[in-house]
Design a protein around this ligand. Structure first.
Ligand code: TXA
Ligand code: MG
Length: 342
């Protein structure tokens, strides 16, 4: 099967593919998702097969409006209503308790809750409305690869495995949505993302951290957290914000192998880089860095000549929390200067 690229003008054809139980990847403001009819078990099963994703890892249900959420959720509390009114459409995924058997166990991973998200992407909202069903949508990468921020990334990973890709250009944020658990009395962030903790707390008051939230007696709250993510084959190392790039460059000079560097524009321009180094600009700030992180990692990962990728770290405040969460996963917590090798 050759994967077909749909333009936003071809949404009716893309929706027809969804209605025929097949997969169409779609853009969102965060990353591209792998879309299937959330109400059709056969279609949902194809998502796991195409991604090579473990089937106990539940999927996000993408909706075009709040009314669809009300159809499935057991209760919309005032706090949940405030979150939807403030942040939707936008990069916030909300976990809610479900009415009995409202969604298939293939969607929820067998949990009594489900993740809902109303993406801020006109083409995709149009796709959902035209198909007439909510769409499940994990990130449209092969499991273990960085999430796709361009249709080309999706094509690279999934060509021949899915029916189509709706191409609406690059995504905005580049890191996935914030996941907040609203299924208990204690709101908790399960995954930091484009909506920051302080933005959430302004609207609903204190929000717990997933790590503090899960105690011994509980099932892990975000099943996805236990899987490895975003791991290029190269050795990825974080360059801490306080570290001087001059030290890094001195180390690079002593290496024979090719080194990829993801750093802010200013850093890229300031230095004369050794010949074995290829630089990739992360732009001017943590916003642009989040937007470009996955694309940059992919650039070096596609070319196996890079043994090491060094990436600028940022302070973990605001959007920096989501950026560092993804970078830590890609780097397996490896910081430049941590080991005897550098
Ligand atoms: O920005 C995004 O959220 C992207 C775009 C495509 O919408 N989607 C995305 O989906 O990142 P995925 O499947 O890669 O990540 C969903 C996360 C996983 O960690 C999953 O375990 C968690 O949400 N999740 C889904 N349903 C859940 C539930 N009922 N309870 C707890 N965690 C849940
Ligand atoms: Mg993912």
């Amino acid at each position: 099967m050759e994967t077909k690229i749909f333009t936003p003008a071809e949404i009716p054809a893309a929706a027809a593919v969804i209605n025929q139980e097949n997969l169409v990847a779609f853009p969102t403001e965060t990353v591209y998702g792998l879309g299937a009819d959330a109400t059709n078990v056969a279609a949902v099963e194809k998502v796991y097969a195409a991604k090579g994703r473990p089937s106990d890892n539940p999927l996000i249900v993408h909706v075009a409006d709040q009314a669809t959420v009300r159809q499935y959720a057991k209760e919309i509390t005032p706090a949940v209503q405030k979150l939807m009114d403030t942040f939707w459409p936008g990069p916030l995924t909300i976990i809610l308790p479900l009415k009995k058997d409202a969604l298939a166990p293939q969607v929820t991973g067998g949990l009594q809750t489900a993740a809902f998200r109303n993406p801020n992407q006109e083409a995709t909202l149009d796709l959902i409305r035209t198909a007439g069903v909510p769409l499940v949508g994990p990130s449209a990468n092969t499991s273990g690869k960085p999430s796709p921020t361009l249709a080309e990334h999706v094509y690279h990973d999934l060509n021949g495995k899915i029916a189509g890709i709706l191409d609406a250009g690059p995504t905005d944020f580049g890191v996935e949505s914030t996941v907040i658990d609203m299924s208990t009395d204690h709101p908790a962030i399960l995954r930091p993302g484009a909506v920051t903790r302080s933005e959430l707390e302004t609207v609903i008051g204190p929000v717990e951290d997933q790590l503090h939230h899960v105690n011994q007696a509980e099932v892990p709250k975000a099943p996805g957290m236990k899987y490895t993510h975003y791991s290029p084959a190269a050795d990825v190392q974080i360059v801490d914000p306080e570290l001087d790039w001059g030290t890094v460059i001195a180390w690079c000079r002593q290496q024979d192998a090719q080194i990829g560097i993801l750093a802010p524009e200013m850093t890229v321009k300031r230095y004369k880089w050794p010949r074995n180094v290829v630089t990739y600009s992360l732009g001017t700030n943590v916003q642009s860095a989040s937007h470009l992180l996955f694309a940059g990692l992919r650039t070096f990962d596609l070319d196996d000549s890079f043994a090491t990728i060094l990436v600028q770290g940022f302070a973990t405040t605001g959007l920096g929390e989501a950026y560092m969460n993804r970078l830590n996963k890609a780097a397996g917590q490896h910081h430049f200067g941590d080991t005897a090798t550098n």
